[in-house]
Design a protein around this ligand. Sequence first.
Ligand SMILES: [Zn+2]
Length: 469
Amino acid sequence: MYDLLIRDGLVVSPAGTRRADIGILDGKILAVGVVTGSARRTIDASGLHVLPGGVEPHMHVENDFLGLSTANDFFTQSVAAAFGGTTTLFDFAATPRGGSLLESIERRKEQMAKSALDYAVHGRVLEHEQIDELAGAVDAGCPSFKLYLTYPDLGLMADDSTVLDAFSRASACGALPLVHAESDPIAAHLVARALTGGDRSWSRYPDVKPPACESEAFSRITWFARAVSCPIYVVHTTVRAALDCARRARSWGQVLYVETCPHYLVLDRSVYDDPGRGHLAICSPPLRNPGDVTALWEGLADGTISTVGSDDCAYTREAKEALLERDAAGDVVPDFTHVVQGVPGIETRLPLLLSEGVARGRITIERVVELTSTNPARCLGLYPRKGAVVAGADADLVLVDLSVERVLSAGSLHTPLDYCLYEGLRVRGWPVMTVSSGQVVVEDGEFTGTRGSGRFLDREAARAVLPAG
Ligand SMILES: [Zn+2]
C-alpha cells in the first residue's frame, strides 16, 4: 500500500512529458508509470502537469545588511517557496572576515532547521585562510561556495589571487565556486564619477554597473577557471556579452554553469524611471536594456543558461528606504547608493517562467523543469535524489495547471512585503499543489506543511557534468 498515489498526470522531465501515475511510500517515489495497488490517499492529476519540485539554488534569508534584516525567516521563506512550487532551498553561510568557513556553515544549518522544506548550505570564502577549510566543507556535505568579485566596502570582495587560489583548491577537492561576477574597478570608478556628478536618481543606477562591468568580470573568471581547470557556476548573469563568453568557453570544453534570475527576464531598466517604485528593484547586477533581456531568453532556449535562481533577498519597503534621507514633505530623496540591494522572488520564480516562457512560446515546460529543478540538482550534487521524478528519488512534486490565470500583486503572495515588483502582471500557469517528501504541503491555497520538518541535505562533491548545451 502506498502512502500517496498521484494518478494520470503529465509527468515532465527535461527529456519529455508522458502520462503516468506516481506511487509514493515513506517520502520516496517508489513507482512511476502504470501503478496498480491501493494508497492511503489518491490524487487525480488528470489535466495537470507534474514536475519535480523546484530546487532554489540562490537566496539570501536572515541576511543582515547594515543592521537591516530580510523580511522572511527560514520558515516563512519555506512557506512562500512551497506556494511557488519550490521544495529544496539553498542559502549561503555568512562567513565573516577572520572567521571560520566550517563554523559559519554550522550556524547557517542551525538557522535553516526551521524550514518546512529540505535545505542545503553553500559556503562563502572571503580570504586565503578560509580556502584551507574547503576540503572540510566538502566532507561536511557542502561542496559549493560563494566568491564575490566586488563589495570591498562590505568586506566581501575576494581579490584576484584569492579567487585563483580558491578555484585551484576547489578543483582538487570537488567543490564548486559560485561567483558573483561584477568588476570592482569598473563599478568603483563609475560610482565615484556619479557621486561627483550629483545625479543619484534610480534611473542612473544601471549606468554605474553597465554591461561592461559584468562582462569584464565574467570573462576574467572564465580565464581564471580555465587556467586551473576548475568548473565554475556564475550567479545572476544578465548580459549578452557574458553569454557569448560562456559559449566560447564551453566550446573549448570548459565546465561552466550559468545562472540567471526571473527579474532579469521579465523586467528591464525602465522600472528605475518610476520615482515612487524604482528603488524597490535596485539589485546587483541592475536590471538591463531590452536587448539584453532578449539575449537572456535566447540563452534559456539554446542551453547557454543552465539554471534560473531567484536570488531572493527580500526587504520591506521600509527597509529599502531606511538609509535614505527624506525631504521636508517626508518623501525619500533619491540616492541609489543608499538603497539596500536585493529583490524578492522565491514564490514567483516558477510562475513567471511558466507564463512568460511556456505560455508565450519562448521555452518548453521541459526546459523550465531543467532550469529550475534538474540542473540545479545536477550541478550542486543533489541529483537524482532531487530534480527528477524517478523511482528512488525524494517525493518532491509540484502539480501545475497551465490554464490557471492569476494577477500578481503584493496581497496575493505569501510574503510580508507591501509591494510586488510584478504588480498587476497577468500570468498563465500556476502551481496548484506541492508535495515535499511525500507530504502535501500546499493544497487549495493553504499551507499544510510543518515548521522544522525540512532536512539538511548532505551533498556529494559537485562533480556532475551537465549535458552539452
Ligand atoms: Zn545573491
